[in-house]
Design a protein around this ligand. Structure first.
Ligand code: AMP
Ligand code: ZN
Length: 111
């Protein structure tokens, strides 16, 4: 995925300071934070969005969620929201799936 910025971050072609780096998952601070704490949880495998996941990716899906749990633990169990945009029409701008981890202030109620 030559043109994918998150693949370039994963490969090191774009330098970044990661918050967490495991075999399968990278966590970055969002460059344009929408909350006092705004991390991006990114699988190292290129998958466009949740619609691209297959059965073989089920462990990875779980790992992404457990990464969110760990990030909360690292911040004293802070309450957080996970947001995933799946498709340009709903706001996805980087076509490599990522979980937004948002915390550190009261977030507007969506429902
Ligand atoms: P989305 O609109 O859901 O695709 O979110 C993309 C997010 O990636 C935005 O919140 C951007 O601020 C963020 N972003 C884009 N490039 C980088 C980068 N190199 N490092 C950290 N965050 C980035
Ligand atoms: Zn990618």
């Amino acid at each position: 995925m030559e043109e994918c910025i998150f693949c370039k971050v994963v490969s090191g072609d774009i330098s970044s300071k990661s918050v967490m780096d495991t075999d399968n998952v990278l966590v970055l601070k969002d460059i344009a934070p929408k909350a006092p704490i705004h991390y991006l949880i990114i699988p190292k495998k290129h998958l466009q969005d949740l619609r691209s996941f297959e059965d073989i990716d089920s462990n990875l899906a779980g790992e992404l969620l457990l990464t969110a749990q760990k990030l909360s633990e690292l911040n004293d169990g802070i309450p957080f929201r996970i947001l995933i945009n799946n498709g340009h029409e709903v706001g996805q701008r980087v076509n490599h799936v990522h979980l937004h981890f948002l915390a550190g202030k009261e977030l507007p109620e969506l429902f």
